[in-house]
Ligand binder design. Structure first.
Ligand code: GTP
Ligand code: MG
Length: 194
């Protein structure tokens, strides 16, 4: 899909605040600071559309972006940042569970993992949440630009092993900075729209 218009639509915490027109939706999940908003901006070819920050915990609400008046991209609140207060963490669980469990138009969650590190316990919890909610999930290993070529296969293998993935499961290397993997990600999205 060629992006001709992309605009921020709304921030939501409760289901009553989500868009109601039933357009197909694609969401981005992952640890705080992993690069969800940056990847989203790269997919839309629009810097600054989703707010990015070097301070983790920037995105705390569910943010909907209207793409071509046809689909929504959804920037989900990050998790796993040690310094957020307990109340924020409890709220995150409620907000995410409500979204994942009852969002009919949701076609895919792109689960971002940091290509440099072994997935954390929080990452595994998040994947379990997705599994329970029976949401189709694509694993993307981001910040791949920070991994030396010679380390790549090893890091991707560590992710596969930690997640106990089947041999045919896809782990897509991506970078919101260089744009690596962005074309492939669009191909997956386009496939789901056919
Ligand atoms: P929260 O909104 O806090 O959950 O974070 P986020 O996942 O949206 O992360 P964000 O996109 O704001 O990026 C966090 C930091 O990582 C920023 O300083 C980005 O510039 C940097 N960053 C994000 N993606 C990449 C990437 O692919 N490569 C590199 N080198 N840096 C990245
Ligand atoms: Mg963000």
């Amino acid at each position: 899909m060629k992006v001709t218009s992309a605009k921020f639509l709304t921030s939501a915490l409760r289901p009553g605040q989500y868009p109601k027109d039933g357009r197909p939706e694609f969401a981005f999940a992952g640890r705080s600071n992993v690069g969800k908003s940056t990847l989203l901006n790269n997919l839309l070819n629009k810097k600054g559309m989703a707010k990015t920050s070097s301070t983790p915990g920037k995105t705390q609400t569910i943010n909907f972006f209207d793409i071509n008046g046809r689909i929504y991209f959804v920037d989900l609140p990050g998790y796993g940042y040690a310094k957020v207060p307990k109340s924020v963490k409890a709220n995150w669980g409620r907000v995410m569970t409500a979204y994942l469990s009852e969002r009919d138009p949701l076609r895919l969650v792109v689960q971002l993992l940091d290509a440099r590190h072994k997935p954390t316990d929080n990452d595994l919890d998040m994947l379990e949440l997705l599994d329970h909610a029976e949401v189709p999930t694509l694993i993307a290993a981001t910040k791949i630009d920070k991994v030396k070529r010679s380390q790549r296969n090893r890091n991707l293998a560590t992710i596969r092993q930690t997640l106990e993935l089947d041999a045919d499961a896809l782990v897509l290397p991506v970078s919101g900075v260089t744009g690596e993997g962005v074309r492939q990600l669009w191909a997956v999205i386009d496939d789901l729209l056919d």
